[in-house]
Write a protein that binds this ligand. Sequence first.
Ligand code: SF4
Length: 398
Amino acid sequence: MSSDSEDTTSGSESEASDSAKANSTLEFIEKLSDVPMGRLPPNIEFQRTRVECKADAPIHTDTFQYNGAYASMGVDNNLVDSFCDNFKVEVINLTEDEMEFDMIGIDPALANAFRRILIAEVPTMAIEKVLIANNTSVIQDEVLAHRLGLIPIKVDPRLFEFTENNTPNEKNTIVFKLHVRCERGGQRISVKSKELIWLPNGSEYPLESQDTKSESSSKPKTYTSFTCSQDSLPEFSDNPICPTSGDITIARLGPGQEIDLEAHAVKGIGKTHAKWSPVAPVWYRMLPEVIISQDIEDEMAEKLVATCPVKVFDIEDIGNDRIAGKKRATVARPRACTLCRECIREGKGWENSISLQRKKDHFIFKIESTGVLPPEVLFTEAVKILEDKCDRVISDLS
Ligand code: SF4
């Protein structure tokens, strides 16, 4: 017993002495003039916030996503606080189908989460079921159905429900009719998406299994069960449902050929099939920074301006009374830099005077909508989806 207690006592003494040593070492480091406490040394700060683009490859591409990464230097790396303090969105350009905006103060993982949600999780309506009554065109039925599925439909998907094996009704299905015939002796014709005619009362095709004799007096059953006409609903009375563009070619018909079908659109997400994705591309890139550290003048400046394919550089006249016509290269449009690295290619003469870098927490984000919803609405929907996911995680943890 006595020897155990001695061991325990000597163990705790040794731990205390180790801890005292560590504290005194930390105090010693804190007092060193070249170790600034509370802020990172410039070289570490540069690595933390910038990707440096060298002639052969970028460096410092990693990000530190855990709290306490710089605790030994007295720097608080609390990601949540930093996000709350610094996050902002600045819209640069907004049109009917495109939006370019800057997301500032955000981690690359979060920026990518928005991109993936926009591609795969914001729902839209797309043609899922095609009932073909007649197709004598050269396009096979399954290819025709696939082409129809890819036509974006201009309708707000938030007004519809997911079908989830329910009977197709006015709340979960949109029905279109397509009946085009190329007359014999005529020219070949193109079948365009504008030929898709919305059927607000649902399917017009009677169910094959129906006993026509027994139900001859009642309304014939069709492939949908609409309780009311969709165009009687206030959301659609002024906005008839149609494809986003009437000029999408579906098929070509030769003389005597005909397509007669019904297409049923339902709500879905891009994770199930890309036809439900509401965006054409959605992409982001880090904000480029182009820095001229040593003046590039006169002929060299002219050559540098001509070298850049996207005209990032410009010429500034720095001549005066004594030296007329002197010129210097300046960085005029750094945002346009595509990082082709042509300006830092060896042998040009100015490669050591230019540095290229990217800001790790500043993203140029671009959303190109397929036309189903405006791009700003798509982004707010993506934010709501991410919020729901966070809520689910928090409620599962508590
Ligand atoms: S990397 Fe290419 S695009 Fe960017 S500034 Fe240099 S030459 Fe221009």
